[in-house]
Design a binder for this molecule. Sequence first.
Ligand SMILES: [Zn+2]
Length: 253
Amino acid sequence: MRSWAILEEELALWRESGRAPVLWWRDDDAAEATPALDRLLALQRTHEVPLALAVVPASATPALAERLAQAPGIDLLQHGYAHTNHAPAGDKKAELGAHRPAMIVLGELGTGRMALERLFGPRALPVLVPPWNRITPGLVPALPEIGYCGLSTFGIRQRVRPVSGLVQVNTHIDLIDWKTRRFAGEEAVLAILATALAAARSTGEPLGLLSHHLAMDEPAWSFLQSLWDMVGNKPGVKIASAHDLFASGEPRA
Ligand SMILES: [Zn+2]
């Protein structure tokens, strides 16, 4: 119980300051209609919290489009192009790294963008979520030029220099420990969330929760449910939709 108390204490500090933190929820790697996706959508519907689903364009199926057509209120983001690693063995995985000519990478992204528009129409926001949350800084200034209004990676957003015309809204709390591919643990996740909330009291940065419906074990699903039980649609915490966050127009908020 101590772990949830950390969150309560931090939210009390926000209340005292007369403000509400902004949280948002991104789930990655959607491509097909699967039982795990159904579970995610059911959880979203139960808690009525906005969800942004990052879809891999090269493998997104018409069945996914049909399934999502019955799930209004979910924003779709572009998860790279094919979620293919182009980094040499031994390097950190990256699809949007500096390993290939920029023209090739940007061309792929444009193809992916068109594929999402064809499948999902205007629900597919021109927001890029780089696979493995990695993008070489050299590509970022070109993103508004090819039609993107937003970029979402992981960690505090100062890591990527602000670019005019590109809203950066990141995720900060990953439910999975990728070394073990299991739930990172209630205590660890809540400590990261509380620390991020404390930092956001001065930066005002919206905080993103990152889930992966295809990779979550039971403890991760159960935590997600508990978290939205606690903070979803409660006074004192604002859960923002991706379409609101990325339409805000401010370059870094
Ligand atoms: Zn991914």
